[in-house]
Design a protein around this ligand. Structure first.
Ligand SMILES: [Zn+2]
Ligand SMILES: [Zn+2]
Length: 162
């Protein structure tokens, strides 16, 4: 997938500001857990500074994560900002202006999103998670398992008393 923008006009009109807006789509990734993306939209502007073109803006995206505790899918919206310089001779592949004076901002947008994703992913701050013993979702029901019984030396005795 790509998101191509022609920057030719801006190179002939140094300093002039050009607005851009683009709907983008990203493939799902496995990045500290499965993540998929919806409704990604980038808005911003670019302008030439000498032979370079700077792109600045923000990307709005809805991310679908798996909860770290209960494994349920949940969605969260984010806005991430970016500002990067493109040039014909850039050492970074993602920031090269092509011979036809176009750029592909898709890799830049994707990197922006990936590098800003939260490490902790919880459906709610106080998600109770799954029971370690029987696997029941403790947000919806309760079970009679007691945590840490295996480690409790008195667990055996309890059985004898019963
Ligand atoms: Zn959860
Ligand atoms: Zn249980």
């Amino acid at each position: 997938m790509s998101c191509i923008i022609s920057v030719k006009d801006s190179l002939y009109n140094e300093g002039d500001r050009y607005d851009f807006e683009a709907d983008v789509s990203f493939e799902p990734v496995s990045y500290m857990g499965a993540v998929s993306f919806k409704n990604a939209k980038a808005t911003g502007f670019y302008f030439a500074d000498g032979k370079n073109v700077r792109f600045s803006g923000k990307i709005d995206v809805d991310c679908v994560f798996e909860c770290d505790r209960c494994l349920k899918e949940f969605e969260k919206s984010f806005t991430f900002s970016f500002s990067e310089m493109f040039s014909h001779s850039s050492e970074e592949e993602n920031l090269v202006i092509s011979r036809n004076d176009t750029v592909d901002i898709q890799p830049l947008l994707f990197d922006t999103v990936l590098s800003a994703l939260p490490i902790e992913r919880l459906c709610t701050e106080d998600c109770k998670g799954l029971c370690q013993h029987c696997g029941i979702d403790k947000n919806f029901s309760s079970c009679s398992c007691t945590d840490g019984d295996e480690d409790n030396p008195f667990a055996v005795l309890r059985g004898l008393v019963d």
